[in-house]
Design a protein around this ligand. Sequence first.
Ligand code: PHE
Length: 456
Amino acid sequence: MSISGSNREQWGSKAGFILAATGSAVGLGNIWRFPYLAGENGGAAFIFVYIFCVVLIGIPVLIAEILIGRTTQKNPVGSFRTLHKSKFWRGIGGMGVVAGFVILSFYAVVAGWTLGYIFEAVTGNLLNYDIAEEASSHFVELTASPFWNVGLLALVMILTMAIVYFGVQKGIERGSKIMMPLLFVLLIGLMFYGLTMEGSAQGLTYLFNPDWSKINTNVILAGLGQAFFSMSLGMGAMLTYGSYMSRKENVPTSAVWIAVLDTSVALIAGICIFSVVFATGQNPDVGPSLIFRTLPVVFTKMPGGYLFAILFFVALSLAAITSTVSLLEVTTAYFVDEKKWPRKKAVLIIGTITLLLGVPSALSFSPNTSVDVFGFTFFGITEFISSNLMLPIGGFFIAIFVGWIWGFDKVTEYVKEGSEKLFERFPWMIKGWKIVLRFIAPILIIIVLLSSLGII
Ligand code: PHE
């Protein structure tokens, strides 16, 4: 498959689309971001909000986004141009392209840490930490070094650019077909090991026994933003992947599969991290460094930890790279399709600008080099604006567009293609989907956004 806009191939099979879309969805968002947000936002209460958002808003918007792509067979901006005259809707596609670029700038920093941790694992450095504080200070030391942090960021961007530049998506696809299942198996192994540690039961209570008093508008915004982030939703990545899908395939069923796989990986990662966090008496709310502080303790203690650690960080890096590639590809496809730039020029220019924007994010982890932006680090503010604001706003407009603007009779016809049987058996589904897109999703998103920004 080629993710470029110019010569449009199609996925080989239904599993091809689900695998590729799951490859984009499953990444650092599940294994790094989900546990740390759960830890910062009170555990089970956050998880409840997150799952609620995935089911009620995420899946319907995912169906809408894939459907736009499948119908137009174009990039986000080109899609909206095909479906509507007004510049406004093209602008919504454009906002997705910008969101992808901003997300990539901080995502690549964390992907850099995972690459760095492969080296740590190989040199046996992750096996010296049976005490969590020591694993923490090792992480703090590493990330305080601009050389380590920016160097690895550059490495991730160079790898990502090389892949998008040479268009060797085939390799990535093949690689991720092996690596994704491997990651899944390793995570399950880690989860079972974590659960055998003394004190881990407290982790389960923390994850699944909600303390409702912890819920406030910020927790709800974080849950909503994470639902979008984790499903690669609201910025055109799923739209672009949908544009390679054939009309014979079933959009709603595929969307449900992607959501189920993505959420399962997040929950398994959550169980494994929090069983260790509580078994080793750590604080759940340390923020973005959480998994890098916790996992070395498990690797140190578990039999075969050396090999396990290497495999784990290799698999996680690959999962991260399949996501960085999908992020850079959306922006590249836009400049190639819409601005007629040669692909190589687009990759070089956008990749370099992303790298430069990533540098202040990479420097956010040392008090000497971090800059303060409205009380956030640079990393924190780019992450917040892109994930918690731009993605839900993108999702809001996708829901409005498909629910109200496109013409729901046409939409009904398009979504039925490939899923006739499903809708024959469950005719209420279309109605339910329409109500969610027209009312429930937009109203909920607006209320969450406005109230968390203090406007209502
Ligand atoms: N969903 C990816 C993850 O969970 C991140 C991502 C967001 C990728 C948006 C593409 C678009 O890691």
